[in-house]
Every structure is written in structure tokens, then in C-alpha cells.
Design a binder for this molecule. Structure first.
Ligand code: 13P
Length: 250
């Protein structure tokens, strides 16, 4: 069985104490899992959660990162600061960043290149809105986000990048793309990667699905050939729902 990569995006939830408690529970319950696992708490909880995760099989991720090394950038967090807090993975271009905070492909690309430069593993999020899907623009939207997001990434560096396909209409809505729909978009992303790089790199890319992933639908999504993992929002906030998703194969 391939190794699946299950990540939890905690978004703007949990105090430091609550984050530590949840992280402790996850570490205890996920020991020995064969999945690759990451959790991304809020910035304020990163350092405390890093202490809990030390020596465990759970990686620490951040939900965003500033596009600069350092300097006069009020409110931003640099890659070095994330690493200092114990972070090894960073989620970039989440649809909530794209839509609520108007992040452009250009900005996301800048962050991605900076993350790679600092040895952080970027998870590049892509996905269409309902209007874009219904307007027949799914492929062009996803293509642009992949092509522009990866601009300047050499093929040797590509292996360090993860892509997460998160259809915007499926995030936090309880609506999941059918496993067939998600698989088809993942296959399309691989076609784009093949054009940009090579068949080998396209096949090797880890592509997570995100959008209302739950214990009830995780196994059928993961059963699809082109789905290599999940980026989980709401269901990652409780061990009782995140643990069965990580261990969907059991
Ligand atoms: P939900 O699992 O809550 O739909 O969120 C998905 C997501 O946005 C993960 O990044």
C-alpha cells in the first residue's frame, strides 16, 4: 500500500492549552499509524504543540507564511520563525487565503519558493468555486493555480511539494466531491504536471483531497488511484473524528 498523507488544518480554532491537549491525545492515539500525519494549529499554539509532537510520528505544520525573509512586514511570520517554532510543513494558497484575503497566484508562488529555500514542505492548495465549476472553468482554474503556483520550481525540488485539491464549494459545507469527481480532478492535475515536468514526477506527486472529509467517507476517497491523502478541516479538531480518518485503512 502506498503511504497516505493525512493532514489536519485547525484553522482559527483552539487556545494554546486546548491545542496542547488535542495534540497529546493525537500523539497517543496515532502512534504506529502507517499514514504520514501532519497537524497545523494556529500560529500562537505552534511552539507549545511542537514540544508535544517531539519524537512522535506527527509533523507540525503552519497554516500560512509571509512572503519575505524578514524586515518591516507587520503581522507576517517568516520561514525562519516557523522553523524556530518547530514547523516543517506549511499550507499555502488555501482558498480562505485566496478568497477572504485576496492572495494571488503570484504571492502564493513567492511564498512557495521561499518555503522550499528554507527547507519547509509546502502544501499548495488549489480548487475551484461552485460558479467556476458550473461555468465550465474547473480545468482552466485549477491549471492556472498549479502552473502559476509552481513557477520557478525545478523538477528536483518538485518532490518536496505536496498539492491539495480542495474544491471551494466542498469546504466546511458538508458537501464532498464524489470520489470519482475528486479522482478525475487529481488525474487532471497529474496531466498538467506531466506537461510541466515529466510523467515520472506527475505520478510521484502526493495529491491530497480536502473538503468535508469525515471518518465515513475517508476510505472511499482514499481508494481512488489518484488520491494520496487528505487535508482535513473541521474533522481534524477532535481526536474521535481525526484518528479514524488517519487510520482509514484499518
Ligand atoms: P473541511 O474539512 O472543514 O471541509 O475543511 C477542509 C479544508 O479547508 C482543509 O484545509
Amino acid at each position: 500500500m502506498k503511504q497516505y498523507y493525512i493532514a489536519g488544518n485547525w484553522k482559527m480554532h483552539r487556545t494554546i492549552a486546548e491545542s496542547v491537549e488535542l495534540a497529546k491525545e493525537l500523539v497517543a492515539k496515532l502512534e504506529g499509524s502507517s499514514s504520514k500525519i501532519m497537524i497545523a494549529p494556529a500560529f500562537t499554539s505552534l511552539a507549545a504543540v511542537a514540544t508535544v509532537l517531539k519524537g512522535s510520528n506527527v509533523l507540525l505544520g503552519a497554516q500560512n507564511m509571509g512572503p519575505e525573509e524578514q524586515g518591516a512586514h507587520t503581522g507576517e511570520i517568516s520561514p525562519a520563525m516557523l522553523k524556530d517554532a518547530g514547523v516543517s510543513v506549511v499550507i499555502l494558497g488555501h482558498s480562505e487565503r485566496r478568497h477572504s484575503y485576496l492572495e494571488t497566484d503570484e504571492l502564493i508562488n513567492k511564498k512557495l519558493l521561499l518555503a522550499l529555500k528554507h527547507g519547509l514542505e509546502p502544501i499548495l492548495c488549489v480548487g475551484e468555486t461552485l460558479a467556476e465549476r458550473e461555468g465550465g472553468n474547473l480545468e482552466s482554474v485549477v491549471r492556472t493555480q498549479v502552473v502559476e503556483g509552481l513557477k520557478g520550481v525545478a523538477e528536483t525540488e518538485l518532490a518536496k511539494v505536496i498539492i491539495a485539491y480542495e474544491p471551494v464549494w466542498a469546504i466546511g459545507t458538508g458537501k464532498t466531491a464524489t470520489p470519482e469527481d475528486a479522482d478525475a480532478v487529481h488525474a487532471y492535475i497529474r496531466r498538467v504536471l506531466k506537461e510541466l515536468y515529466s510523467e515520472k514526477s506527475a505520478v510521484a506527486m502526493t495529491i491530497q483531497y480536502g473538503g468535508s472529509v469525515k471518518p465515513e467517507n475517508a476510505a472511499e476517497l482514499m481508494a481512488k488511484a489518484n488520491i494520496d491523502g487528505a487535508l482535513v478541516g473541521g474533522a481534524s479538531l477532535k481526536a474521535e473524528s481525526f484518528v479514524p480518518i488517519v487510520n482509514f485503512y484499518k
